[in-house]
Design a protein around this ligand. Sequence first.
Ligand code: NOJ
Length: 517
Amino acid sequence: MSEAGSEWWRTAVLYQIYVRSFADTDGDGLGDLPGIRSRLPYVSDLGVDGIWLTPFYPTPDADHGYDVSDYENVDPRFGTLADFDALVADAHDLGLRVIVDIVPNHTSSEHPWFRNALADPNGPDRARYVFRPGRDGGPPNNWESAFGGPAWTEDERSGEYYLHLFAPQQPDLDWHNETVRQAFQQILRFWLDRGVDGFRVDVAQSLYKERDLADVHIPDPRPRFGDWHTGLQQPELHDLYREWRQIVEEYPGDRMLVGEMFLADQTRLAEYVRPGELQQTFNFRFLFEEWEAASLRACIDEILAAFAAVGAPATWVLENHDVPRVATRYGGGAEGVRRARAAALLMLALPGAAYVYAGQELGLEEVDLADELRQDPIFARTGGRRAGRDGCRVPIPWTTGPGVGFTTGTPWLPMPPWWERSSVAAQDGDSQSMLELYRATLRLRRQLRALASGRLAWRDSPPGSLVFERAADSSTVVCVVNVDAPSVPLPEGELVLASDELEGSFLPPGTAAWLEG
Ligand code: NOJ
């Protein structure tokens, strides 16, 4: 690890591990912490700076861990606190940082606070949640759950409704309640004391609700990003994140906070990473761009300008556990994989930090599961209108043969017969594979000094392509991406990396290259 105070997070590449899908050591078909620990050498060898673990806390699993019933423990299916400590120690020995997910917007409905809140409407735990009387025989306002249906469920015993921006088993906390704020300070310290290097803050834009809980205007069709929801993104959030920043800064080692913010407006997004607030926020604009040169360039420019204005690093994401795999989004099949390879070179040449979701480095495609196998609450709550997110959560293939090295039991989601062809074992050492491309790209990213600090400057290039340089301390790296032009000439310089074979000194469509010069 780099030293304390180095602001390592400005350029870090973090590897997202969806805990239940990574590696299973006890044969129950669910990944676990010892499994992750056993695979840390693989992660380190990939060339990333750290890992982000999705929730591993005790959970009834209504939303696969994002419904936490105890914030200071490990679900027995995933291991123990001792396993967690051993995982952190091993990761640190390998020079990997460890970021954990924190879920402050809502608890599980099985959390003791919520059980108490239902059992005793006059007790103190009731005020930790958002309970309100109904209106005209229905919910208190017109808010909708992100998973479909109303954002309110009636507590039949009292006749009041409680708010849940997600599933009914995920009741929202009332962040205006001081005890909630204090409890989370304690939770942060609990994990910081155990050595974590930071937190990924779930639903980071929505903790505070507008006090009146007034109706909101819901655009139709409903936009992908949450900018329109005037009942959320309250100003109090900035104070909270300043407070959390102070807490992480009390600890040595430059620990960090990254917010999961689902906003399109870059200026508003960047307000959360002003000095003294969060160090990073995810930025999903890049992820949702089409594979189209002009719009990619405009999006990159807008993001870089907004984040530079507040002195914060941009973050780049192509995949996570909530969206279809990138190769599939870019068209699927050979073409989708080809574009995903080029996109890796593009993303990892951009200024700032980046996130790689486990399996992205294997070029895994979205799996189309039979409806009866789907487990994501989105599928059930929308009556099957939205397929949900299971297709990007299918466990990682490590080897060939039954269980593909993920499990000796029955995997929690079935793996397709062709899965083993994408396994780590199948790709290891094959210079044409996606895995070796990621390894080479991440290795070079560390070596090429210009990629650590150089500003991005665009160069002229044919329509349908992107060419930019990053220059620092007399070293220059040029990234050229043929998005969909008929052919793009290689710029001058020494070719150090290409996502696929070139045609002489030309890049065919869906190809990217790095040059030094
Ligand atoms: C965002 C997480 O990434 C997603 O998986 C989860 O369903 C929601 N937050 C609710 O916690």
